[in-house]
Design a protein around this ligand. Structure first.
Ligand SMILES: Cc1ncc(COP(=O)(O)O)c(C=O)c1O
Length: 389
């Protein structure tokens, strides 16, 4: 019996669906099998040296050792505004429309606390990065799920949202380029979202963590590029994937000033900002030499092509994604996501993520993260081919 009863909000979290695969992974590892982990979306590449150098220099300066400002250093916020202007042609006021984050997950997780009262509805895509739903639950809100289906190119069908839900919803979460489906959204879709959000007075939170990880010359748009978007929306960005900085914990939110203000009010009561030396490294990342981004794109393009070919040779059908380092693959007939992920682990020592772990419509899919070196991906492809489907 537990002595200390945990809060209701923890009881309300959806079941952890990766438990079984985690257990199997530990079991297979204990047998000494050479496991290739394609499960985790954490870049294996190092942070570019110019960014590390900027951190070291800033860490040596005692001026950076005290509490930072809650919302971010002016220099960091100005660098973000400049990057937005250069990259997306979107104008931002650094003082009121930018806030630094301790990674975009932190901002996404805290945002509903600023706008969701108990019982309020948030529109959440599914399958999705789980934080949108759990953050809504933590704020006492209710999630109305918007299925992302293959027949709709993994975009939510806004017309399928019941009128009474749209009328009461406070927030909508979106994420393009998308984790886990790797789908992309064009500005026309964002235009529809902006109209919908204006009509129903909904604040849109666009998670743009993967905009820079795009291939074959594709440039992912910003939600804020659409006319009127800033009146109804914010965008959450991360330096984690673009600059291989997952461990550094730095990101930012930009856009609607009421949204930024609300998030800032929550954050100022919970955290004390991002270590200034990390913000200075962040400035170097977004304003310094961008050839590292091209290098990153080249590496993942090669890995994507290798793995897509490997999967096709093994009998799977899929198109190369335009963005993200994920492949979203249909399981063979007769297998659930969990069953097939289990078989890959047992027979081939491959860890993939079962699609249903991201939400019910992910059933029938598994996700591969291209976060292993080419040789390991070639080995994974060989092992896949050896499996009799
Ligand atoms: C869709 C999506 N959003 C946000 C994040 C969080 O990124 P970070 O907190 O490192 O900025 C991730 C990380 O995997 C992600 O996949």
């Amino acid at each position: 019996m537990n002595t200390f009863k945990k809060a209701e909000r923890l009881q309300q979290l959806p079941p952890y669906l990766f438990k079984e695969i985690d257990r199997k992974k530990a079991e297979v590892m204990a047998r000494g099998v050479d496991i290739i982990d394609l499960g985790v979306g954490d870049p294996d590449l190092p942070t570019p040296p110019n960014i590390i150098k900027a951190l070291k220099k800033a860490a040596d300066d005692p001026a950076n050792h005290q509490y930072p400002s809650y919302s971010g250093m002016n220099d960091f916020k100005e660098a973000v505004a400049k990057w937005y202007q250069q990259r997306f042609w979107v104008k931002l006021d650094p003082a009121t429309e930018v806030v630094s984050l301790i990674g975009s997950k932190e901002g996404l997780a805290h945002f509903p606390l600023a706008f969701i009262d108990p019982g309020d509805v948030a529109l959440i895509p599914t399958p999705a990065y789980p934080v949108y739903n759990t953050a809504t639950i933590f704020a006492g809100g209710r999630s109305h799920f918007m299925p992302l289906l293959k027949e709709n190119a993994f975009l939510p069908d806004l017309d399928a949202i019941p009128g009474e839900v749209a009328a009461t919803a406070k927030l909508m979460f979106l994420n393009y380029p998308n984790n886990p489906t790797s789908a992309v959204a064009d500005p026309d879709f964002f235009k529809q979202v902006v109209e919908f959000a204006h009509k129903h007075r909904i604040l849109v939170c666009h998670d743009a963590a993967y905009t820079e990880m795009a291939f074959d010359g594709y440039h992912a748009p910003s939600f804020l590029e659409v006319d009127g978007a800033k009146e109804v929306g914010l965008e959450f960005h991360s330096l984690s994937k673009t600059y291989n900085m997952t461990g550094w914990r730095i990101g930012f939110a930009v856009g609607n000033h009421e949204g930024i203000d609300g998030l800032g009010a929550i954050k100022s009561n919970i955290d004390s900002g991002v270590f200034q030396a990390v913000q200075m490294a962040g400035i170097e990342a977004i304003q310094g030499d961008q050839s590292c981004v091209q290098d990153m794109i080249r590496v993942y393009t090669g890995r994507r092509d290798l793995m897509v070919q490997g999967l096709r040779d093994a009998g799977f059908q899929l198109d190369p994604p335009k963005a993200t380092f994920y492949l979203w693959v249909e399981t063979p007939d007769g297998y659930t996501s969990a069953q097939f992920a289990g078989r890959l682990l047992e027979e081939a020592g491959l860890v993939v993520t079962p699609g249903n772990g991201f939400g019910d419509p992910g059933e029938g899919y598994f996700r591969i993260a291209l976060t292993q070196k080419r040789e390991r991906l070639s080995e994974a492809a060989e092992r896949l081919k050896a499996i009799k489907l």
